[in-house]
Design a protein around this ligand. Structure first.
Ligand SMILES: Cc1cc2nc3c(=O)[nH]c(=O)nc-3n(C[C@H](O)[C@H](O)[C@H](O)COP(=O)(O)OP(=O)(O)OC[C@H]3O[C@@H](n4cnc5c(N)ncnc54)[C@H](O)[C@@H]3O)c2cc1C
Length: 420
């Protein structure tokens, strides 16, 4: 009897999209345009829009809409489309489980609900690395927070979290918060970066640090945190090429707040349960050119797949995914991807990591270190199949280029390398 009841409660849909951020919304709108109307977006927050709701600065949409928008304005364009098309969504609902058979269970305002989907799209975004994740030694006072948490305090809850600030990590969110805190009356003493080059975009170094005379120190790390209840200061040291602190270079900085901008981690706990295989370089799913993961019928895009520097590319990627998912739902399968994409030691990662060789695809990648006047070369069986010339390639900027399938052959992997 119980088993029967459970079966009756399972709702049938063509596609479930987990996460109503820019990736989920772009995928939903595109699926609808392609004729897939029996779909559902599930979002755990009270509103759609994802993390962009708290990104009130401008600079979004330059590629996608050829105009500078704030984060909420950018997200609203997609939310309006969802409303206009009457695409079903539920908010305040957290997905707890996705099975290999594409059954999705969420806790919602009406209680637990389960859907059986033909395809599942993972668009859960990413989370920030914290102090625990990078293991900074020292005391454990209040006043150590990630850049995104500081952003939420200020932009969503109208609360000023800091007066005297030190920032660790030159990620984009940290630099944007350096400017935001300065504009709101805080004093940002410096940004320290452990790498010998900045990890954020050049435009943010210019507009958020240089324009406000905030110094950026490369090859520096924090080696101690001080303060009993509230943070009172940090010890900063220079590091060598192995990121080991150099003895004798310690310097004390008095501050009440340490802001961390030390990287984002794709939110893949659900994906693992569904049998998705992760790429240890991206910490997102291994996918083919259709954004299909190793679990059939389960697709991924946006920051849950790999961390993007610009949201415009998140939307473009999700729209491309929707194209493939629509085909999968209508035809029941996609061409198997038997060609692996391998990289040399200068490439951090590629997405996709394998392709069928039967359709054109966009290759996204990052280089591991800054390089000048180089060529990104894609070869198959020793033959060049695509080349992108770069005056400057830096890890902070994702490189994307289209690869035609016409020169590809089956039975041989693709090799991607950088030649300078
Ligand atoms: C703090 C922070 C600040 C950022 N600032 C910028 C910026 O200024 N400029 C920029 O271009 N990019 C910024 N980014 C990057 C930004 O995340 C991406 O550009 C873009 O928002 C990614 O879209 P997404 O849909 O992949 O993820 P998100 O926008 O993160 O959306 C994912 C959504 O999935 C939902 N979700 C997650 N798990 C579940 C679950 N189990 N059940 C239901 N729903 C779930 C989340 O609540 C969220 O709404 C920032 C990222 C962070 C973390």
């Amino acid at each position: 009897m119980n088993a029967q009841l459970k079966e009756i409660q399972v709702e049938q849909v063509d596609v479930v999209i987990i996460g109503g951020g820019p990736a989920g919304l772009a995928a939903a709108a595109e699926l609808y345009r392609r004729g897939i109307h029996n779909l559902l977006v599930i979002e755990r927050e009270k509103q759609l829009g994802g993390i962009l709701r708290q990104c009130i600065h401008d600079g979004f949409g330059l590629t996608r809409f050829q105009t500078a928008l704030s984060g909420p304005e950018y997200a609203q364009r997609f939310i309006d489309t969802i409303e206009e098309l009457n695409i079903p969504y539920i908010t305040d609902a957290t997905v707890l489980e996705v099975t290999h058979e594409r059954q999705v269970t969420a806790v919602t305002r009406e209680g637990m609900r389960t859907w059986q989907a033909k395809a599942v799209i993972l668009t859960m975004g990413c989370r920030e690395r914290t102090r625990g994740a990078i293991g900074i030694p020292g005391e454990r006072p209040t006043g150590v927070l990630t850049a995104g948490v500081a952003q939420a305090y200020m932009n969503l809850f109208n609360t000023m979290p800091a007066k005297e600030v030190v920032i660790l990590g030159s990620g984009d969110i940290g630099m944007i918060m350096a400017r935001r805190l300065t504009l709101e009356g805080a004093h940002v003493k410096a940004v320290f970066e452990i790498q010998p080059y900045p990890s954020g975009l050049p435009r943010n170094i210019e507009q958020c640090l240089n324009d406000y005379d905030i110094p950026l120190y490369l090859s520096h790390g924090i080696t101690a945190i001080h303060g009993n209840t509230r943070l009172t200061g940090v010890t900063v040291s220079k590091v060598d090429e192995n990121f080991k602190p150099i003895p004798g270079t310690e310097k004390e900085y008095k501050c009440d707040t340490l802001i961390l901008s030390v990287g984002l981690i794709p939110e893949n706990e659900l994906s693992l349960d569904a049998g998705v295989i992760l790429d240890e370089r991206t910490r997102g799913a291994l996918v083919d050119e259709n954004f299909q993961t190793a679990a059939e019928g389960i697709f991924a895009a946006g920051n849950v797949l790999h961390v993007h520097d610009l949201v415009d590319f998140v939307s473009i990627e999700a729209e491309s995914l929707a194209d493939s998912v629509a085909k999968y739902v209508i035809e029941g399968s996609l061409k198997p991807a038997a060609i692996s994409i391998n990289t040399d030691c200068n490439i951090g990662y590629t997405v996709p990591q394998r392709v069928s060789g039967e359709k054109e695809f966009t290759l996204s990648l990052r280089v591991k270190r800054p390089m000048k006047d180089c060529r990104i070369v894609v070869r198959q069986a020793g033959k060049e199949v695509a080349v992108k010339k770069m005056k400057k390639a830096i890890p902070a900027e994702m490189i994307r280029f289209v690869i035609s399938h016409e020169k590809l052959v089956s039975g041989s992997d693709l090799e991607v390398c950088v030649e300078c």
